[in-house]
Design a protein. Structure first.
Lengths: 698, 573
């Protein structure tokens, strides 16, 4: 039998499905891009496997691992193409899913709408039962009411059910009993229990997350079944993992059980890569910056760890605005999503001022320069006008850009109304979209108490490297790093992530009213639960637990996540926990309210399998070619520091070698993107082939 | 500085100034003890130029501060303490007439120094846990019953706290550690805003804020004037009577004349009732807030608030009236009256801008409950929870269900209320039939029940429950043929009770409140058949109501609806 040497990362995106396969013995890396097949996404995956197999002998049978990221869940939520779902909940509370938090997400727009609940009112069923906040059984579950509900659910053709009772985080007995009943009397129906999906206080978030899980569960099961079956047909018998939104990976079985955890798998893999790349480059505080056609995404990596949140929303119905989407409260990398992309349209508003986005030209008709019928100037048009993009070498020459119409559109819609020339208008668009992203990033980082001036940026995505230098300058970042494979980061990120599982439970107890033993017991239970849903550790891996608690001063609304000591059953352990909270609070807010009692809201454990041998990328060859060999020509580009177009060198990314050094202004072109350095700045190609740019002051 | 900013520079600097105040309040919101900050969004941070003109205000602030903030620094500037300011000075006041309309809002102002000169001011307003005085009551007869009043004075001098002021606050408020914690957070917030404004000036080469404020204010004013000029000139009057109000013998009468003339609007409240001996009086600055708010929503919603937006809108109310109350009027519960103003204004504007308005809402004025009590071991609890009615229908859209309007307050989760107070919420559900029918129907209100569970044996005395809300005798009137929202109902152990007073609840006692839905817009007979059928399927209306009100016959087998006009309604018969 041959050794299994290949590890495959595979990410489905909107346009392309990307593959990276690394031979862990030789370091040889194969990359592949095939068109995404929205009707049956699995088709594109199999095509990709087959294509790589053309050059790698016995590719599938010699693969030990497939890690997959998919847009299946997020698309099902946005397009409302999940399965027919019912909800069973506490009598008197079937409308929690619809009443949400009763807040208007925009104060001034009287025409706002809210997303329709995933489960319509007619399919929300109530049963008599009541559990108290302490977990006591105040009213026992009326199991007799379930027969009628099952009958109705079947008559309506429901495929999947969410069960969510009040205070089930404190005592899950009633939910478990309903689960058992359904398993016995309606085995064909998928069930999601809130005590398993999200055992945390706050009924709206719990019912929303559980409904999402139920809504996509049959669909995800079928999809994963298809892929693993087809892969098996191609002689694959290794492990099949799925990227989770938290940037850890999960076994296929786990992903089938908790599909709400894989909503943001592609973007999470990008963040995983940025974290890994930052660590290899000695950068511990990083802002991962991804910009595509319609949105930009940012995520902070603080002290080597990507920030993860359980406050997440998707399928927002109003300009990406917080509060306008569906709440999912399982761990997600803390992404900031902004309506700023290459397709964002520029216009003059009622104030006579320039605005960019959130309206987007999308991929069709796209920006004016695509020549596909778009007539309103977009960000990509401005980038072309400024010389930042090449009309000839766009997407590796697969598309020729139209210049004349582009200049005319900018003149007509922006420059003339503002009374400036067309280049000034174009730079206004470029600069303003950068300012929009920087402003959103500043607020996002301020809310997380991350200092922007000690942070470096890692940029990727089609438009990321085009705008990164400008955004990094506005934020005061010292270094900007553009990794290799900037157009394939998600697929590559799948390979650097570790297998992990998050578990949590609400507790709501003051430090004065608990003991180290009690907390230790709770944490041990969580560790056990997390470990049991991980695959066997096997050789070459170590199991590691991260123990955390979300804590706050009694009376405040916002909690901080504090790392718990390794052992809590010692006499002084609680004092240590108290001190850790005070220290972190002081670090973030500059003061303490030491007289006020401290409360633990939620305990949390992340179990992670850390491989003994780190993933590595093959280094770039060192062959002594001079940097001049990478210059493919010159072009006039706009340099804002000089307020004029300046002739500058264009570099071929694929001809750059380790140790090459040059200075801006310069443009570095690769197939999927261009790195724009539109001012004086030092650029270095490091060992791993990343461009390292010293950003300098705005 | 004579340098003129280009339109692109204006946009970038304006955005940065807003970002500065938004960033400045993030720590305030996260470290606050006042749930009125985090759930009610009752706070704001703003920056002003050296002449006191407001440039930017934090984005998520309550509409209740809209008409107040631009006038606050100018009021400070009239005071003698402002003649000699040093770096590190911080000022404070909670004077309702100079700042934000009731004592419980404390305003902190900080001069922004750059190159040894004052280039502007940062301001932070916060609704606090308490400022002493009587707790959550409308019964106060004058301001002295409502707690501590701080005239404009120094809180810090050259970076050093003025201990006497802190001592006075500490001696007069409940839970002083938390109140002073929140005041310190306001000081930090101003400091952060000031630093960011100075950094913005350094980076952009701006020597003074005035050229920027001039651009922002002029452009915003012009935008609002253009929107007003597009309306036909005319005069429109409306009035309403708050008849069931805080056991007052006489109704409170609100009268409004809207005069649109050219590019200006005059909202004139002449004819409104005199101020009353209850804590519901509105100062003119607060009247301004809830008058400007609907006008801005209807005419120019996207321009970030600043002084320029307000200039074309003239707001007057007779001195000594309930909408321009004079010292020493009590003002704690002023929103009961002020929240009715958007409804009054929208009804007056209904014929002028029928496509941009909202029919009256069951959520107006703000509904919330206070639950306070004590356990035998000495622990106490005090919990505020909000439960909103439905929003009125809009032109082209149904109203939203259970959503706050015109305030913007989040509800506290049931599980959190139950964890923090000795209360059980027995049910909380959308109320079928609570909204007004129409071509577009109102949003649904809610039915909510509270009880003190029988097993709560460790309570020391009753739980004090006070629920603010109700429509105060004002019907939720439909527009253009739309029907009214339902009537309010509140019961204690099954017996009807009035709202707005406190009740003692013992184990086993239950309160149930029906918070109405919104009013409808347009003729019900014009409502889309499928939308009627959907409401039947979802149990919001019965099949009988679908036929009676909408003339739609619902087929329970297919779940579809079909309009069948009754003979007397058919055209030509």
């Amino acid at each position: 039998m041959q050794d299994k040497v290949f590890r495959i990362g595979c990410d489905i995106g909107g346009t392309f499905t990307d593959f990276v396969a690394v031979n862990r013995e030789t370091g040889e890396t194969s990359v592949e891009k095939v068109l995404t097949t929205p009707a049956r996404p699995a088709d594109a995956i199999l095509t990709g496997f087959d294509k790589i197999a053309e050059t790698q002998k016995d590719f599938m049978s010699r693969s030990e691992l497939i890690v997959h990221g998919t847009t299946l869940v997020i698309n099902a939520l946005i397009e409302r193409k999940g399965n027919k779902t019912a909800l069973i909940t506490t009598r008197g509370f079937k409308d929690v899913l619809e009443t949400r938090n009763e807040l208007r997400y925009d104060v001034y727009d009287l025409q706002i709408e809210l997303p329709k609940p995933l489960v319509p009112r007619a399919l929300r069923f109530e049963v008599t039962q009541r559990t108290t906040k302490e977990g006591q059984n105040a009213i026992d579950l009326e199991e007799g009411e379930l027969a009628g509900i099952v009958e109705e659910i079947r008559a309506q053709g429901v495929e999947t059910v969410a069960v969510c009772f009040l205070h089930s985080y404190a005592n899950n007995e009633h939910e478990k009993r309903v689960g058992a009943y359904l398993k016995k009397h309606a085995p064909e129906i998928e069930v999601s229990l809130s005590c398993e999906v999200l055992p945390e206080i706050n009924e709206y978030k719990r019912v929303s997350t559980t409904s999402v899980n139920a809504y996509v569960k049959p669909k995800v099961q079928q999809y994963l079944q298809e892929i693993s079956q087809e892969a098996a047909n191609r002689s694959f018998d290794g492990d099949f993992f799925i990227m989770q939104s938290s940037s850890g990976i999960a076994s296929e079985a786990n992903a089938r059980q908790f599909p709400a955890r894989i909503v943001e798998s592609g973007p999470a893999a990008g963040v995983a890569l940025a974290q890994w790349w930052g660590e290899k480059s000695g950068l511990k505080n990083v802002l991962a910056f991804d910009m595509g056609g319609t949105t930009a995404k940012l995520c902070a990596i603080d002290n080597g760890e990507a920030l993860v949140t359980n406050e997440y929303e998707t399928a927002r119905v109003y300009h990406f605005k917080t509060g306008s989407g569906i709440s999912i409260n399982v761990p997600v990398v803390d992404l900031l999503e902004i309506g700023a992309g290459g397709g964002s349209i520029a216009h003059i508003d009622t104030l006579g001022l320039l605005k960019v986005g959130p309206e987007s030209a999308g991929a069709s008709p796209g920006p004016v320069c695509y020549g596909l019928g778009g007539s309103r100037p977009a960000v990509t048009d401005a980038d072309l006008a400024l010389g930042y993009l090449s009309a000839e070498y766009f997407l590796g020459s697969s598309m020729k850009l139209v210049i004349d119409d582009t200049m005319e559109a900018i003149r007509r819609d922006v420059a003339t109304p503002l009374g400036v020339d067309v280049i000034e208008g174009a730079y206004g668009i470029h600069n303003l979209v950068n300012e929009n992203m920087a402003a959103a990033a500043r607020l996002h980082l301020a809310e997380r108490s991350v200092d922007t001036t000690s942070i470096s940026m890692i940029a990727y995505g089609g438009a990321g490297p085009v705008h990164a230098f400008g955004v990094a300058r506005k934020l005061g970042c010292k270094f900007l790093l553009v990794p290799r494979y900037a157009g394939l980061v998600s697929a590559l990120g799948m390979l650097v992530a570790n297998v992990s599982m998050d578990t949590s439970r609400s507790l709501k107890v003051t430090l004065a009213n608990t003991s180290g033993e009690e907390l230790e017991n709770e944490l041990q239970a969580l560790q056990h639960a997390a470990q049991s849903s991980l695959p066997n550790v096997g050789e070459g891996g170590v199991l590691r637990f991260h123990r955390r608690a979300r804590m706050k001063y009694v009376g405040q609304g916002h909690s901080l996540e504090i790392v718990m000591p390794d052992v809590l059953s010692t006499p002084s352990a609680l004092e240590d926990v108290w001190q850790r909270y005070q220290d972190e609070y002081k670090r973030l807010y500059g003061r303490n309210d030491a007289d006020v009692e401290v409360e633990i809201e939620t305990l949390k454990v992340i179990a992670e399998i850390v491989p003994e041998h780190d993933f590595t990328l093959p280094l770039l060859p060192v062959d002594g070619t001079p940097v001049e060999a990478a210059i493919k020509g010159t072009r006039m580009i706009y340099v804002p520091g000089r307020k004029e177009m300046v002739e500058c060198k264009i570099y071929d990314r694929y001809k750059l070698r380790v140790g090459h050094k040059f200075t801006g202004p310069a443009i570095i072109e690769e197939r999927e993107t261009s790195t724009v350095v539109n001012d004086e700045a030092d650029i270095l190609v490091d060992e791993m082939g990343a461009l390292v740019i010293t950003v300098g002051k705005e | 500085m004579s340098y003129k900013l280009s339109p692109i520079e204006v946009e970038i600097l304006w955005k940065r100034a807003i970002s500065a105040v938004d960033e400045a309040v993030t720590a305030l919101v996260k470290t606050s003890y006042s749930s009125v900050i985090r759930d009610f969004h009752d706070y704001a941070c703003a920056v002003f130029d050296s002449e006191g003109r407001m440039i930017a205000q934090s984005t998520h602030s309550t509409p209740g501060l809209l008409g107040i903030l631009p006038f606050t620094i100018p009021n400070f500037l009239k005071h003698k303490v402002m003649d000699q300011l040093s770096p590190g000075d911080v000022l404070v006041t909670n004077d309702p007439w100079l700042a934000s309309g009731h004592l419980i809002d404390i305003t902190v102002a900080t001069p922004i120094f750059r190159k040894d000169r004052i280039c502007g001011f940062a301001l932070c307003v916060v609704h606090h846990l308490n400022v002493g005085g009587r707790l959550t009551t409308l019964a106060s007869r004058d301001i002295y019953e409502e707690g501590l009043k701080l005239p404009i004075t120094h809180l810090y001098r050259a970076g050093e706290p003025v201990e006497a002021v802190f001592d006075i606050i500490r001696a007069n408020v409940r839970e002083p550690d938390k109140v002073i914690g929140d005041i310190r957070a306001q000081v930090s917030s101003n400091h952060a805003a000031a630093q960011k404004i100075v950094a913005m000036m350094d980076v952009s080469g701006l020597d003074a804020l005035e050229p920027l404020s001039e651009e922002i204010i002029t452009r915003s004013e012009k935008s609002m004037r253009n929107a007003i000029a597009a309306l036909p000139d005319g005069e429109y009057t409306q009035h309403l009577d708050l008849s069931e109000l805080a056991d007052l013998p006489e109704p409170v009468h609100l009268e409004l004349t809207v005069r649109i003339s050219g590019d200006e609007i005059h909202l004139d409240y002449s004819g409104s009732s005199p101020q009353v001996f209850r804590a519901i009086n509105v100062t003119l600055n607060m009247t301004r807030s809830y008058s400007v708010y609907p006008i801005k929503c209807i005419l120019d919603p996207t321009v970030p608030n600043n002084e320029g937006c307000l200039r074309p809108i003239r707001i007057t109310a007779p001195e000594g009236s309930v909408l321009n109350a004079q010292f020493p009027a009590a003002t704690w519960g002023r929103t009961i009256v002020a929240h009715m103003l958007p409804e009054l204004i929208i009804r007056a504007m209904a014929k002028v801008t029928p496509d941009r308005i909202v029919a009256p809402s069951g959520a107006t004025p703000l509904w919330f409950g206070n639950f306070a009590g004590r356990y035998k071991d000495g622990r106490t609890f005090y919990v505020i929870s909000c439960f909103n009615g439905g929003m009125g229908a809009r032109a082209g859209r149904d109203g939203l269900s259970t959503i706050c309007f015109p305030a913007n307050v989040a509800s506290v989760p049931v599980e959190v209320v139950e964890s923090d107070a000795a209360i059980r919420i027995t049910h909380k559900m959308l109320a079928p039939g609570s909204f007004g029918a129409g071509k577009y129907r109102g949003g649904a209100g809610q039915l909510i029940g509270f009880e003190v569970p029988m097993e709560m044996t460790d309570l020391d005395g009753p739980v004090l429950v006070s629920i603010r809300g109700g429509r105060l005798g004002v019907p939720i009137s439909g527009l253009f043929g739309g029907k009214d929202g339902c009537a309010v109902s509140a019961t204690l152990n099954g017996k009807s009770v009035p709202l707005g007073t406190a009740y003692d609840l013992y184990p086993g006692d239950r309160i149930e409140v029906l918070v109405p839905g919104g009013a409808g817009y347009g003729e019900p007979l014009e409502r889309d058949e499928e939308l009627v059928a959907e409401d039947v399927r979802n149990g919001f209306i019965s099949a009988e109501e679908a036929f009676e009100t909408y003339a739609v016959v619902f087929d329970p087998l297919t779940g579809q609806g079909k309009r069948e006009l009754k003979a007397e309604l058919r055209v030509g018969t």
